[in-house]
Ligand binder design. Structure first.
Ligand code: GLY
Length: 135
């Protein structure tokens, strides 16, 4: 089955909306939404995994169990790039997180993220990500 450029653009917008929802769930400590958006076999490299590839949801649930951010925060996804490969989308961008540091001063944290999404039965599920922190 072939897809038109319009179908491709619609899929890009859909997956970007899912990605935004995922980041919002992380910022708000909303485990229910995060778990719904992720495949249970999610794999990840992230700073907290100390160079190891982690599989499954338990590693991520640990942080949600600590509660969401209580300080003022704002997340910006900069220049997201989406590569569609049939039912797979590779989403790459820099995420800026504005927070208030321990001294009460505004601080901006930056991470480079690549998130892979898989569409099955018309639903996008997050299946893998790689997040690197840079200063
Ligand atoms: N640490 C959870 C996530 O970035 O998806």
């Amino acid at each position: 089955m072939s897809t038109s450029p319009q179908d491709g653009e619609a899929a890009v917008q859909e997956v970007l909306a899912c990605n935004e929802q995922l980041l919002k769930s992380i910022a708000e400590g909303d485990w229910k939404t995060y778990a719904e958006l992720c495949d249970p076999t999610l794999t990840a490299f992230e700073p907290e995994s100390r160079g190891q590839l982690v599989s499954g949801m338990a590693f991520h649930k640990f942080y949600f169990n600590l509660g969401g951010a209580s300080d003022p925060h704002n997340t910006t996804v900069c220049a997201p790039h989406v590569r569609l490969l049939d039912n797979v989308a590779v989403v790459s961008y820099v995420r800026l997180s504005q927070r208030v540091d321990e001294a009460g001063k505004p601080a901006t944290y930056r991470s480079e993220e690549t998130r892979i999404w898989h569409r099955r039965d018309g639903v996008w599920r997050h299946v893998h990500f790689h997040r690197s922190l840079t200063t």
